[in-house]
Ligand binder design. Sequence first.
Ligand code: SF4
Length: 179
Amino acid sequence: MLDSHFSYIVEKAEAETSVKDFLRHCIDVPKFLACCQACPNYAHRWSCPPFSFDPMDVWNAYTGLRLYARFLIPGNADGNALMGALRKEKPGFLQELLRLEQDTPDSLALACGTCDACNVCAKESGRPCAHPEQLRYSIEALGGDVGEAAQRYFGKPLLWVHNGEAPEYLMLVGGLLTR
Ligand code: SF4
């Protein structure tokens, strides 16, 4: 990809596991609920906890899990530019996941991160989600450990920008629950 000021490439990877395996190794709802509580999106977006349902009911309604990763590898992009690229890639990644969901009967897409389809989420004003067709929960919102999933199923750790410097890659992780 070539932005006006920097370049990066996107590599795709897929992995497949069972919900049973994922629950055993990557799910800890109370632990990640506590992480979500420290985030400004907590209770401010319909995609984020607290939920009116038990996240375990979502996991337990499915048997299979396909995981999809997008690695953003910097060309001449610095850390800030790569973070901008990550934000830019996220909506397209969600659309890909939604297409996979549409093509797979009885499946449910798992988004990468919070829903930011609207600048201000309708939850802020107590209204129902404005675009439920776009709203999907992320692995972490449902109590999943994305760092552990990245390492276990893709053999790669999550990396972050440090002091404005781009790491070897930044990673988006989404999924598709199947029956
Ligand atoms: S689509 Fe809009 S209203 Fe619905 S969860 Fe996303 S940001 Fe909130």
